[in-house]
Design a protein around this ligand. Structure first.
Ligand SMILES: Cc1cc2nc3c(=O)[nH]c(=O)nc-3n(C[C@H](O)[C@H](O)[C@H](O)COP(=O)(O)OP(=O)(O)OC[C@H]3O[C@@H](n4cnc5c(N)ncnc54)[C@H](O)[C@@H]3O)c2cc1C
Length: 327
C-alpha cells in the first residue's frame, strides 16, 4: 500500500509548461506539487541552443531549464522528481486521484497536465535492436559519441533540420534523409542546413532497415528512393530519428476530448472537457509547440485553476470555461 497526499493542485510534468504553472501556483500561494518522472527541464534538456525565447539572444536549453526550475522554487513550488504518474481518475466528489507507479496517491481539487510528448518511432527492423547502439532520438545526449564519423538524420521538420546542423559539430558527414522533396522546417533553419558543407540531403527517400556490425553497433542503413525504388546501403554509424512527437496523454486520454492525433482539446482557459482538469504545453492541440507557447498556456492554466478553486470553494459551480474546445 502506497502513501496518500493531499494538494489543491497537482501539476504533472516539469517541462517549461509544468515549471511555469508551478511558478504561478506558488505565487498564488496554492498548495501545489509538480510530479516529474525524470528531472525538471522536459524537452529543454534535449535542446542545445534556444535563440527564440524573449530576453535571451542565445541560451543553452539546460541553462534555461535550470532558470525555470530555480525561479519556480523561489516562489515556493514543491517538486517531486522521479515520480511517474500512471493514471488520473476523477472521483464522484469532483476531486482527482493521481496515481503513481510507486503506488502512491495524490488527491487534488484540480490538475494541470503538462506531460509533453514522446518521439515517434519509424517502426523499421533494427530500430529497437540498435536503440542506444547508434539509433538515437536525442542529438544533444548522444551527438558527442559520433566524433569524426558518418551519421544520418531522418525527418524534414524543425527538429531534424536543427539537429542535423548541430550534429556536424561532431560528425564528419551527416546525411539528412527525407521522404519528400521539400523540407517542412522554418526557412532560417533550412538556410543553415543548405549552407552547411558537411550535410548531404537525400530526398524522396526512406530508411527501410538498420543493420549492425558483429559488435552489435549500427553499421549501414538500407535506403529506398520512393520515386525510383532504387536502393542503396550507405555506411553510417548513427541514425538520429526526428519524425515527430506523440502527446503523452495515455494517463487520461480515454476520458478527455482530444483531436485526431491525440492532442488534448481545451477551452481558452486551458480547461479540458473534464472540469478541474487543465492542460498546457506540447500535449495541447494547437498550431505551434514552442517554449513560449508552453509557458503562455501554463500561465493561463495556473490562473484559471486559482479561479476554479475559489469557485468550487464558494460553492458557485465548477465550470469556469466557455465550454468551447479549440484546436
Ligand atoms: C530538438 C528540439 C529542439 C527544440 N528547440 C526549441 C527552441 O529552440 N525554441 C523553442 O521555443 N522550443 C524548442 N523546442 C520545443 C520545446 O522544447 C517544447 O515546445 C517545450 O519543451 C514543451 O514544453 P512542455 O512542458 O509542454 O513539455 P516537455 O518539455 O515535453 O515536458 C514534459 C515533461 O513531462 C514529464 N512527464 C511526461 N509524462 C509523465 C508522467 N506520466 N509522469 C510524470 N512526468 C511526466 C516529462 O518527463 C517531461 O519532463 C525544441 C524541441 C526539440 C525536441
Amino acid at each position: 500500500m502506497g502513501n496518500s497526499y493531499s494538494y489543491e493542485v497537482v501539476i504533472i510534468g516539469a517541462g517549461p509548461a509544468g515549471m511555469c504553472a508551478a511558478l504561478y501556483a506558488g505565487r498564488s500561494m496554492l498548495k501545489a506539487i509538480v510530479l516529474e518522472r525524470g528531472f525538471p527541464g522536459g524537452e529543454l534538456l534535449n535542446t542545445e541552443l534556444v535563440e527564440d525565447y524573449p530576453g535571451f539572444d542565445r541560451v543553452l536549453g539546460h541553462e534555461l531549464a535550470e532558470k525555470f526550475y530555480s525561479h519556480a522554487q523561489k516562489f515556493g513550488a514543491e517538486f517531486r522528481n522521479g515520480v511517474h504518474v500512471s493514471a488520473v481518475r476523477r472521483r464522484e466528489d469532483g476531486a482527482f486521484d493521481i496515481e503513481t507507479m510507486d503506488g502512491d496517491i495524490y488527491r487534488a481539487q484540480a490538475v494541470i497536465i503538462t506531460a509533453g510528448g514522446t518521439p515517434v518511432k519509424l517502426g523499421i527492423p533494427g530500430e529497437t535492436e540498435y536503440a542506444g547502439k547508434g539509433v538515437s532520438y536525442c542529438a544533444i545526449c548522444d551527438g558527442a559519441f559520433f566524433k569524426n564519423q558518418v551519421i544520418a538524420v531522418v525527418g524534414g521538420g524543425d527538429a531534424a533540420t536543427e539537429e542535423a546542423d548541430f550534429l556536424t559539430r561532431y560528425a564528419d558527414k551527416v546525411y539528412l534523409i527525407h521522404r519528400r522533396e521539400t523540407l517542412r522546417a522554418s526557412k532560417i533553419l533550412q538556410q543553415r542546413l543548405f549552407e552547411n558543407p558537411k550535410i548531404e540531403v537525400i530526398w524522396n527517400t526512406v530508411v527501410d532497415r538498420v543493420d549492425g556490425d558483429d559488435q552489435g553497433l549500427v553499421k549501414t542503413l538500407k535506403l529506398r528512393n520512393l520515386q525510383t525504388c532504387e536502393e542503396r546501403d550507405p555506411e553510417a554509424t548513427g541514425l538520429f530519428i526526428f519524425v515527430g512527437f506523440r502527446p503523452n496523454t495515455g494517463i487520461i486520454a480515454d476520458h478527455v476530448k482530444h483531436d485526431d492525433m491525440g492532442y488534448l482539446l481545451t477551452d481558452p482557459n486551458m480547461e479540458t472537457s473534464i472540469p478541474g482538469l487543465f492542460a498546457a504545453g506540447d500535449l495541447r492541440s494547437q498550431l505551434t509547440r514552442q517554449v513560449t507557447t508552453a509557458v503562455g498556456d501554463a500561465t493561463t492554466a495556473a490562473i484559471a485553476v486559482e479561479k476554479y478553486l475559489k469557485r468550487i470553494g464558494d460553492g458557485n459551480g465548477e465550470i469556469i470555461g466557455t465550454g468551447g474546445y479549440s484546436a
